[in-house]
Write a new protein. Structure first.
Length: 135
């Protein structure tokens, strides 16, 4: 091509800073524990950039809700007495919604084996040899 070469500029910043970010102070204890567990893994895989922090935060909040509602139902029971008879604890509906949300966000964060490209434990799904089954 004719003409001058374009000027190259050094882009500062990194998708994965040198330190793993700390959990936001307003997260619940359960959510902070999940942040520390997951953020470390994402940081090591260089997937934890500024654009992922809000998704990670939402995921940790959802997991925290799942664990908190489980503690409530463990203490109070999964079924509640009502005039119509036994019914599920109100925390069950919250837990179900939080589990669904956590599962969707885990996929967005590449935290599921499917999203990481793994097929399961070593040796599974690698071949179609059925000789060990006697077939």
């Amino acid at each position: 091509m004719k003409g001058r070469k374009g000027h190259l500029a050094l882009v500062t910043g990194d998708a994965s800073p040198s330190r793993c970010p700390a959990p936001p102070p307003y997260l619940s204890d359960q959510a902070k524990r999940e942040w520390k567990r997951v953020a470390t893994d994402l940081h090591k895989r260089r997937l934890l950039g500024p654009d992922m922090l809000a998704t990670l935060e939402s995921y940790c909040i959802a997991v925290g809700i799942v664990r908190e509602t489980e503690d409530i139902m463990r203490a109070e029971g999964r079924m509640m007495a009502s005039e119509e008879g036994p019914k599920p604890h109100p925390a069950f509906r919250m837990q179900s919604a939080a589990m669904r949300e956590a599962r969707l966000l885990a996929a967005e964060l590449a935290l599921t084996p499917h999203r990481r490209g793994k097929k399961g434990p070593e040796g599974m799904g690698d071949d179609d040899d059925l000789s060990d089954l006697g077939l």
